[in-house]
Every structure is written in C-alpha cells, then in structure tokens.
Design a protein around this ligand. Structure first.
Ligand SMILES: O=C(O)CCC(=O)C(=O)O
Length: 426
C-alpha cells in the first residue's frame, strides 16, 4: 500500500470497517503533504511540524489556567438495565443508576457509562477511521469543508469561523437521524456525497456507530427520566426522532501545549454528549470549584455529559457541563463525540410533571419559576452557528437573544462576547 498521502488514500479508507490491519492504516504525517492536491487547492492550515504555535492559537493565561492534579470525581454508571429494557422504574439496576446520575448531574454534569453494549470492534473501527481520515491530504479532507453557518463538515482549527483563540485540532462533523424517521442511511449518504463513493465503507462504520450511540443515549435518557421523577419514557420519547450530530476530533501533538487549548472552555448546546476517548491519552477536563480536573480515560467506558438543551429541559436542575480539552507535546489524541439533539422543530420546555414534582418536594402551592424560555433546537443551533461562539454562558445569552428581537443586531448586543470571540456574529 503506498504511503504517499497523495495516492492510495481511498484504498486505505476502504479497509476501515473490514479486517483492520493497523500497519496498513499507519499514519502518514500530513506534514509531508504540501497542502495542495493535484488541482492546486491551497492549504488553509497545517498544525503538523510547527516549531512554535502561530499567534491565532495562543490563548490567554487565564484561559489556559493550569490543570489540577485532581481527577474529576465522575461516577461510573451501569446502564445495562436500561439497555435491556424489561426492568421497570423501580428495578434495583435503574434505581442505582438514577441515583448516581442525579448526583453527578446536579453538581458538574458528567458521568461515565458502562454496560452500554457498544461492540469494541465497532468502536475500534470508528477510532481508526478517524485516524485514517485526518491523515489524508488536506485537499481530500476539504472536499467535506464546512459551509459557513453549517454545523457539518471538515474544519481545521475552526479557522473558517474564528480569527482568535483557535483550537489546536481538526474536526469532521456530520448529522445523524434514525433510519425509521429519515428513511435513509444519512451518514453513509453524507460520506459518499461529499467525499466520494470510495468513502462508503467509512460511512457505514459511522452509520453503525451513530446508531449504537443513539440507542445508548436513549437508554441514558430513561435513567435520567427516572432520576428526575418523570418516568422512563418521557425523555426517551422526546429524543427518539431527534437529529443528532457526530463529531470526530483529532488533536495533533503541539510544540507549546501550555499556551493553547485543543477545545476551549464551553458547555455543549445540545442535550447530551456521549464521548469516546481513544486509548490512554487524556485531555478532557471539567471545571469544578475553580479548577480544571481531568477525566481519565477508562477502558470500555463512555463519557456522558449534560448539555444546555437538557439543562433547559430540566429547568436548570441538571447542570450543563463546562469542559475543555488540552493537548500534548508528544502525543496526538482522538475523541469521538455524539451530540444527542431533539428534532429541529420540537419545543424545548421542562415536562409539567417535573415542575409539579419540584413544587411538591418543596411543599409549594405554585410551580417553580421557569428558568428558560421555550425554544426549538433549530433556533439554538442557529444561534451558536451564526451569532455566538459556545462558551460557559451560551444558554443565558441565547435566552436574552430570544427575549430581544431575534435579529442580527440583537444577537450582537445580547451575546456580550469580546469582539474576537464574537467574530462570527453577523
Ligand atoms: O475531545 C474532547 O475530549 C472534548 C471535545 C469537545 O468538547 C467537543 O468536541 O465539543
């Protein structure tokens, strides 16, 4: 198999998902890639082989604040009982899982999950597929370049959206819908239509991976529903026909890791995030009591965190997880992230049962005040893609934006970000 990234790349991709021979998938440093394809497409950015990080990647001292020695205290939740169905709300397995989830989500918003049934071979193929994709020549990856205002596609350091505080990473994102609701294999279609038919095997791997993640996410939603006293099916049903997003993150080694970030501090706008870390390279950190604590990769476990949309759905009872990813001098890192989202037009508002349960618990006649206005996922997605760079205050800024006239001008003032952060604000 040729190792020149200008040749044979699709052959290498074709191997993914079949019998994966790691030697054949061995990395070819994109540093060897001159950033141009046969048609002369210019490179946008090349993170490989830099001796110093370019200025747009330098984050302020406050933002790169040194990591704590302490690991995050994240419970390991066995969702086997929820995955198997059968068990009712009162079954010991679900009850135990719900207690752990409640503790974690009321404090920092992150827990780990076992008993999820993800086929290790599928997980391996998805991780190796990401490794193979990001080592392709830039021009090939750019066939999937993200269009402005769009969440899907390939980006290098988000340089297509921002000019400062660039993350030290490349990403590939695509949408997922359940075949029963979409009537097609949307992920396979995405790969073949943007990258070409040679990429069908990789598309199949990610289609299967997304299907598995969706099932795991819905099982977790059952546990969360029990933990909030609204029963197993409420949130499961709410998300069953959702249109979720999958993102592959690739963090190359970095010459000055202490001056930059792989992913800046933010809460995910989506509802629930299910993340797979590759091997033993850590990087994910969560802010707790003013310090960044590492989420150490745990073999076989998935990392699950609450996002802004679920914070709104729980009327603020569960906290959207504020997290970031750091990079390393010598080691590269990969992560696969599945963002569970509702259907675009579904109205996000806490279930009446939850508000009643809170009122009963607090022995109040009236239901608690609604913390966030009604919104649709389409609105929040548009806000974060066009008007606001997701950070720790996205949901509050979005609520203000909805309260004001939802025009571009309103977004600029409501989203009180510094000019370079809000660079994309139209
Ligand atoms: O790579 C990670 O661990 C975190 C990724 C992340 O936060 C994101 O892609 O939004």
């Amino acid at each position: 198999m040729p190792e020149n990234p200008h040749h044979g790349s699709s052959d290498r991709l074709a191997l993914v998902g079949k019998q994966v021979d790691r030697r054949l998938l061995l990395p070819v440093s994109p540093a060897a890639d001159d950033g141009k394809d046969d048609n002369g497409a210019a490179a946008v950015i090349n993170l490989w082989g830099q001796l110093k990080i370019p200025d747009p990647f330098v984050w302020s001292h406050a933002e790169t604040m040194v990591s704590s020695e302490r690991e995050l205290d994240a419970p390991v939740v066995d969702v086997g009982a929820a995955m198997r169905g059968g068990d009712d709300d009162c079954g010991a397995g679900i009850r135990r899982a719900a207690e752990l989830v409640s503790g974690a989500c009321s404090s920092h918003g992150l827990f780990q999950v076992t008993g999820h049934g993800l086929d290790p071979a599928l997980a391996r193929a998805a991780l190796d597929g990401a490794a193979a994709f990001f080592r392709l020549p830039l021009a090939t990856k750019q066939r999937a370049s993200r269009a402005p205002g769009n969440v899907t596609g390939y980006t290098a350091a988000h340089a297509d959206r921002f000019t400062a505080n660039l993350p030290w990473k490349e990403t590939l994102s695509f949408g997922h819908r359940d075949r029963r609701t979409s009537g097609s294999h949307v992920v396979v279609d995405y790969f073949t239509s943007t990258l070409g038919s040679d990429f069908k095997p990789l598309g199949v791997v990610y289609q299967n991976y997304c299907n598995a993640m969706k099932e795991v996410s819905l099982a977790i939603m059952e546990v969360i529903g029990v933990s909030l006293g609204v029963g197993r099916s409420y949130y499961r049903d709410f998300f069953a026909d959702g249109s979720s997003i999958m993102r592959c993150n690739y963090y190359p080694p970095c010459p000055e890791p202490e001056r930059t970030l792989g992913t800046g501090p933010h809460c995910d706008p989506s509802a629930l995030t299910v993340l797979l870390q590759d091997g033993d390279v850590d990087g994910l950190q969560v802010l707790v009591d003013g310090e960044w604590r590492t989420v150490r990769p745990r073999p076989g476990a998935l990392v699950v965190s609450i996002g802004d949309t679920f914070m709104a759905l729980s009327n603020g009872r569960y906290r959207s997880c504020l997290h970031r990813a750091v990079v390393h001098r010598e080691r590269e890192r990969r992560s696969l992230v599945f963002f569970l989202c509702p259907r675009e037009d579904r109205v996000v508002r806490p279930p009446p049962r939850l508000l009643l349960a809170v009122a009963a618990r607090e022995q109040q006649q009236e239901q608690p005040r609604r913390r966030y206005p009604d919104f649709t996922w389409a609105d929040l997605a548009r806000f974060t893609q066009r008007h606001y760079r997701a950070d720790a205050g996205t949901l509050d800024a979005f609520a203000r934006w909805l309260g004001a006239a939802p025009t571009c001008a309103a977004a600029t003032s409501a989203a009180s970000q510094s000019p370079d952060k809000a660079h994309e604000t139209v």
